[in-house]
Ligand binder design. Structure first.
Ligand SMILES: [Zn+2]
Length: 302
């Protein structure tokens, strides 16, 4: 008994069972080579029977064929966690790992997807269409400008006082960090499947951050724009493999829950002012012509 007792061979492949913490299915040890093939939702994996695992391995072998034919057309990078999604436009496939060591999905297995900014909808896609919600993030970032200049002034003041203090404080009190939270923290990507082993895959992509010693609204907006380009690339890629004939539709933020297009209204003086503001944003390259047009239509109620 104990460590040196001989374990029976893997019931799946007859291979050797690892002596260190081998995986078990229905109380039977299985080898690492078999276990490492498992790529499915955790609650499905936990209750798996040996029979179900054998069926899964047949699915796994079939999936291997998709891996063999996979040609990468597009790769989307999720930053911090180094998650990547790779797409094969020709065969309409995608995989959540650039090494093709995870399940390869067929575009037709994607039922829908949503992309949110801290749970506020930004994109919703399905065969019925791609909905694009107008983000309030740039607007909210701009309203932070007074707080930011206040911070920079305080910081400057503290440095000056410190200098007058003749180094007694030894510089330790001067370091102030900007700690007001950004308009949002993360893009939440959710993919919903019609698939035997996957119902949903969720992953977050960090939103831009303020520089904590030299915060700047324009820097923030520029990195937000870069993130949005990556998000738009993802939407286009998902649409290409899963919903090629879906049309794109803009939805204004107030109608998020129902998704119905806003009702027309009479343009007010405020609306004209707002449009001017967005026009400047477009001219500065912070928003696209398309986004400007959408915002203008929304504000004019046309
Ligand atoms: Zn095995």
């Amino acid at each position: 008994m104990g460590l040196f007792s001989k374990k029976p061979p893997c019931p799946i492949c007859g291979g050797k069972i690892s002596w260190l913490l081998p995986a078990k299915i229905e109380g039977e040890y299985i080898c690492n080579a078999c276990y490492n093939k498992m790529d499915m939702e955790s609650d499905k994996a936990i209750n798996l029977t040996m029979q179900e695992f054998k069926e899964y391995l047949m699915f796994y072998d079939q999936n291997q064929l998709l891996k063999d034919q996979f040609v990468i057309s597009e790769q989307i990078d999720f930053g911090v966690w180094d998650t990547k999604i790779i797409f094969d436009y020709l065969n309409k496939l995608f995989c959540m790992s650039k090494n093709l060591d995870k399940t390869v999905f067929e575009g037709s297995q994607l039922k829908s997807f949503t992309i949110k900014e801290d749970n506020v909808p930004l994109f919703e896609g399905s065969a019925e269409g791609i909905r694009r919600y107008i983000s309030t993030v740039p607007e909210r970032a701009m309203t932070m400008a007074p707080q930011i200049s206040q911070f920079m002034m305080n910081r400057q003041m503290a440095r000056t006082l410190d200098r007058l203090d003749d180094g007694k404080a030894n510089g330790s009190t001067t370091m102030q960090y900007f700690d007001i939270p950004e308009p949002f923290q993360a893009f939440n990507v959710e993919l919903y499947f019609d698939h035997p082993y996957w119902t949903v895959i969720k992953c977050d992509m960090d939103g831009p951050r303020f520089n904590n010693t030299h915060p700047d609204v324009n820097d923030y907006l520029r990195s937000y724009q870069r993130s949005m380009e990556e998000i738009e690339k993802l939407v286009t890629a998902l649409k290409t493999v899963a919903f090629p004939s879906a049309t794109e539709q803009f939805v204004s933020p107030g109608t998020a829950a129902t998704g119905t297009v806003h009702t027309p209204m009479t343009p007010s003086a405020d609306a004209i002012e707002e449009i001017k503001k967005y026009k400047t944003l477009m001219e500065d390259g912070i928003i696209s012509q398309q986004e400007f047009d959408a915002k203008k239509r929304q504000l004019l109620g046309i």
